[in-house]
Design a protein around this ligand. Sequence first.
Ligand code: HEM
Length: 498
Amino acid sequence: VTQGEPSGWQSAAVGSRLLHSFYQFFPCSLSPSLPGPLSLPLLGNMLELAHDHLPSHLTSLARRYGNIYRLKCGNTTMVVLNSGDIIREALVKKWSDFAGRPHSYTGDVVSGGGRSISLGDYSEEWRAHRRLAHNALQRCTQQSLHGVIQKQALQLRQVLLDYNGRAADLSGDFTVAASNVITTLAFGKEYEKSSAELQRLHGCLNEIVSLWGSPWISALDSFPLLRKLPNPPFSRLLKEVARRDEIIRTHLDEYRMQAPSKTSEDAIAITGALLNGLGKPQDTTQGVVLTDTHVHMATVDLLIGGTETTAAWLSWTVAFLLHRPEVQYRVYDELCSVLDGRYPQYSDRHRLPVLCAVISEVLRLRPVAPLAVPHRAIRDSSIAGYFIPKNTVIIPNLFGAHHDPAVWTDPYAFKPERFLEGGGASTRALLPFGGGARLCLGEAVAKMELFLFTAYLLSDFQFVPAESRASLPDLTGVASVVLKAKAYTVIARPRPGP
Ligand code: HEM
């Protein structure tokens, strides 16, 4: 069993074998057929997928077709899951049936031929790769993460002070802070906002994520004939991937050259732990040996998975708090009375329920990976009583589950108080990090970052609208692989010092 695999996996595997035998004897037509919109010849439901805000559109389809429905795209059948119970059934209870990732032409391009953790299909090699990265991350998390985040939170404070009360778009500053946490963990390196190296790295990672999420590029997966036609966005994607690989290669080479002279703090960087695991047979039945490519792709996974997500979440938090200034005041009041002027430690979270409620509510309303990453059925199975054939693509609509009116009262409203005692909501109903074998690898890192960054920011600053309440940020957002807030400016007004 690899790290992150839920207990009870044996019974899940036995269950799915039984189900497989059942479907061999009884035709699958006995199972009800999945509802879904009319599928057009050739196009299937492609138009549904080309929607501007896909998570929100898929959620509205759930109101029409139910919490599980199918969409066709070329030869691919996708099943969209829209409630917490159904997503948990697939990802957690039946994780061993749905831990695969779809193979795709464009996925292979961005993942070094399916060799990344996030896009690699479920296999012995993938398990060894994920375990290596998980152990390296866990070691760094225990040894240095708290200090690394605190340092970045203080640097972010200085950057915000330097605005001198001027209105500014803080999204770039949040990206630098989140990115520096990962690059410090990964290679023991941090950057200034103006650093050309940082701009290059993020310019190209951002471009890859947004190009890969665009319909011009995903169409190539469903309609192979299109690959023969000129496609400028796809050519750009190829160029950016080459640029990304060059940057990461340079970092890894630099790390290798400096490693012997590193201080003990630097030596615990993830790259060191990953490189240490290379060339040795991993603890798997097939004696998998991991290579430099695995270290390279794990680094890409951490940088992509760990930067835009956390940064986008911070932007959402400030945006929502601008809409409800009284909540911002309540958090500040709680921080002052509980901490008595000192900065918080992660262990203080149990004594700061209002702050934690804000964090949960922003994760609920704006899960920054709103459709997780598509899963693939590794074998015939079932979800919610429907037969799901092998190779079906599963889309966990986390955004939909977090807006399910059967679970959440007034689901579209920003109400952190729902998570406070007597508020009626439970954080157990949240799924912002997915679940099961594919649970977000950086969940522990992200939770500490969200807590510490928010606590520092709200202790040090009052966030006020740039002009008047008429200039409050738009809360719809821009949905690609990551759900981001539209650009807005805000004034960070310093609070009296601790
Ligand atoms: C995967 C959410 C931060 C690394 C995922 C998935 C979600 C998610 C929903 C997909 C799970 C699935 O496929 O079912 C988030 C959120 C974050 C966050 C909401 C912050 C607010 C991070 C950080 C890191 C990270 C900080 C790295 C340090 C990854 C990786 C995967 C992943 C490597 C792929 C896991 C796999 O396929 O096995 N994340 N994430 N994430 N995340 Fe995160």
